[in-house]
Design a protein around this ligand. Structure first.
Ligand SMILES: [Cu+2]
Length: 259
């Protein structure tokens, strides 16, 4: 039991210390009071700050601090909305957030007060394929289970689209997970295609994790804290399965040899 008792806390500390650095950043932009009247544009103060620079995967949150309705609509006053994002009208103290998955310069304006303009500059994340956000295929699972339509993959997709992406913390998690995941998954998927034995090994390794995720199909998230709660429980369960069980087995074998 000693090994288990040593490995488990170390693994926990590692997991927990990795969580904050792995999370995407959230950048706040305010819509200051009085922007419903022309004039703020002369100093670029209709959205504050008027220009923000973020990494792909980061989220911008706009807060309406004015007394009037406003919108945050991608595009510009000359060409109108380009359809990428649109808050619709939102009122005082309400927020609108958008997660930028691709790099580039994104203009936006207020459709009610077109003099209000802002810009979001999104920098490429230096991962191999980190810009691929929602809708990206699960490369490893696809290579492992043979097709995008395998039930295990459908299940993962359902959890992602119907559960996690419906909540804010879930969306943040997926963004971060994708950044991390797409940094190594193409390599593993290629290797699996070339090496059937490795593919079987991955299948055996992934199955407990996918089974544990299926718990999420049977719960309803009522609040953001539910998501975090289930998320942490699942991480703990998986740490237990992947580090705890082998540790117990190794310990058992060791004990046998000692006797
Ligand atoms: Cu406005």
């Amino acid at each position: 039991m000693k090994i288990f008792l040593t490995i488990f806390p170390i693994a926990m500390v590692l997991m927990i210390s990795l969580i904050p650095t792995a999370f995407a950043e959230t950048v706040h932009v305010s819509i200051p009071e009085g922007t419903n009247v022309e004039g703020c544009e002369t100093n670029n103060e209709c959205y504050l700050p008027y220009q923000v620079t973020i990494d792909a995967g980061d989220t911008v949150v706009w807060t309406n601090e004015d007394l009037a309705f406003h919108t945050v609509t991608s595009g510009n006053r000359l060409d109108g909305s380009d359809g990428l994002f649109d808050s619709g009208m939102f009122k005082i103290d309400e927020q609108f957030s958008y997660t930028f998955t691709n790099s580039g310069n994104f203009d936006y304006f207020c459709t009610l007060h077109p003099w209000m303009e802002g810009i979001v500059t999104v920098q490429e994340v230096s991962a191999e394929d980190g810009s691929n956000g929602e809708g990206g295929g699960c490369l490893i699972a696809t290579a492992t289970y043979g097709s995008e339509l395998a039930p295990q993959i459908q299940q993962l997709r359902e959890i992602r689209d119907e559960k996690l992406l419906q909540t804010e913390s879930g969306s943040v998690f997926i963004q971060e997970f994708n950044k991390f995941y797409y940094s190594f998954s193409p390599t593993i998927a290629d290797f699996e295609r070339e090496n059937p034995a490795f593919k079987e090994l991955v299948k055996v390794t992934l199955t407990p994790m996918i089974s544990s995720l299926s718990i999420l199909n049977h719960v309803d998230f009522d609040s953001e804290s539910d998501v975090i709660g289930y998320g942490i429980s699942l991480i703990l369960l998986n740490v237990g399965m992947y580090l705890g069980l082998p540790a117990i087995v190794i310990f058992g074998i060791k004990k046998k040899f000692e006797n």
